[in-house]
Write a protein that binds this ligand. Structure first.
Ligand SMILES: Nc1nc2c(ncn2[C@@H]2O[C@H](COP(=O)(O)OP(=O)(O)OP(=O)(O)O)[C@@H](O)[C@H]2O)c(=O)[nH]1
Ligand SMILES: [Mg+2]
Length: 385
């Protein structure tokens, strides 16, 4: 493989990324709560861009509609415009919810099950009515058999005090729920001088990740847009596992030094896994730009020949092969560096079009070298001590 074949790498990554996205299990979430409590706002905050309000809503029952978007492995069951005032509405929704969950579990269509319920209660109304406690209790009871985790989301929580009170109140009901999370999805403006910044969305994403079934967690991490920390955590897991694979592979059959670029194909899988955790789309610019930028900055160091002197000095063994230790060190540094680049782009610290700029290229390069040097000195310390 030619040493500087950026195009080859980004084509490989794109191809595998497309396949991996297609193989993600579909995530199905039901969002319940009275009208105007902020369900749509919440959904847009968790899955910004992925399932905008413009996503197609299709009524599946009188009060429940199904929101989907082409090529996105996510289905949201929304209950728009729901008034829980009349006794009829209340009983009717309860039976619709129960039936839908039961049907989706028992229709034997794989991937149809509801994985989670987000039950929204607005803090803006200042009180939690008995009827709602009752509804919540009946819903949790109804889905008990299917072990669908329920998270109570305290929406519009611009007053933290009200949110704390409501949380306590609902907590005292001892409902079989996974947790209660207060959030403010969008900035709230009391008046010109007083605005409350959004908060709580990252806590909610953490909790969702924790209680979702294992099979759909990768989907959730790829799709959610409110918690970069979750993506970084997932990227670390991917990096660690590929680091171990690379180290073991090179340890068993040391790669001849001249073929150091042979590490690259192994690392492509890692780059794919990391890209997926960040949910970058498979279009013609985004991922190639990210890969290009990273490659241009560290390609020579990571897969070229120039690192021979700097790395081999410290690593025992024959001087002309890539040992497991070196393969592991390089792979880990590549994974962490690429993760940092994606995180920078997500946080808006660097614009996508600037990833290939000279200034940022230097930053990526330094980041990589620092990671490598840190690992090397750690190794040296272990060897000496
Ligand atoms: N500032 C601010 N406004 C919010 C927030 N959540 C909801 N709102 C506002 O509250 C109103 C209702 O929010 P929606 O998200 O449409 O509520 P909904 O539960 O989807 O309502 P229905 O679909 O009618 O049942 C809108 O005007 C939102 O802008 C928030 O976190 N911050
Ligand atoms: Mg809505």
């Amino acid at each position: 493989m030619p040493e500087n074949s950026t195009r080859y790498v980004s084509k490989q990554v794109m191809k595998k990324l497309g396949q991996e996205y297609k193989s993600l299990a579909r995530l199905n979430i039901m969002v319940l709560g009275k009208t105007g409590v902020g369900k749509s706002t919440l959904i847009n905050s968790i899955f910004e861009d992925k399932l905008a309000e413009t996503g197609t809503g299709l009524p599946v029952t009188n009060d429940i509609s199904m929101i989907t978007q082409d090529d996105v492995p996510l289905v949201l069951y929304d209950t728009p415009g729901l008034e829980l005032t009349g006794e009829n509405d209340y009983d009717s929704l309860l039976s619709q919810v129960t039936k839908l969950i039961k049907d989706n579990f028992e229709d034997n269509i794989p991937g149809n099950e509801i994985h989670m319920i987000l039950y929204c209660v607005s803090c803006a109304s200042h009180r939690f009515e008995e009827a709602e406690a009752d509804f919540l209790r009946k819903v949790t009871d109804a889905v008990k058999a299917y072990k669908v985790p329920v998270i109570v989301v305290l929406t519009q929580a611009f007053s933290r005090e009200d949110a704390a009170r409501l949380r306590q109140e609902i907590g005292e009901e001892n409902l079989p729920i996974a947790g209660i999370v207060p959030i403010l999805a969008e900035e709230y403006e009391f008046d010109e001088d007083l605005t409350v910044k959004p908060y709580g969305m990252d806590d909610l994403a953490d909790m969702m990740d924790e209680v979702l079934p294992e099979a759909v967690r990768n989907t959730f991490v790829a799709l959610e847009t409110s918690n970069i920390g979750l993506k970084i955590k997932k990227a670390r897991v991917v990096t660690n596992s590929f680091t171990a694979v690379a180290a073991a592979a090179a340890g068993l059959s040391p790669i001849p030094f001249v073929d150091a670029a042979a590490l690259m194909p192994k690392q492509i899988g890692m780059l794919v896994g990391i890209t997926m955790a960040f949910g970058f789309p498979v279009d013609n610019t985004t991922v190639p730009t990210l890969i290009n930028g990273t490659w241009n900055a560290i390609g020579k160091e990571a897969w070229g020949k120039s690192w021979k002197s700097s790395l081999f000095k410290f690593v025992p063994g024959p001087g002309n092969v890539v040992t497991g230790a070196v393969a592991g060190i390089i792979t880990e540094a590549v994974g962490k560096t690429y993760t940092n680049v994606l995180a920078d782009v997500c946080r808006g610290e660097v614009k996508l079009e600037d990833v290939n700029s000279e200034g940022y290229k230097d930053k990526i390069h330094d980041m990589f070298m620092e990671l490598v040097n840190r690992s090397l000195s750690k190794r040296k310390e272990t060897q000496n001590g």
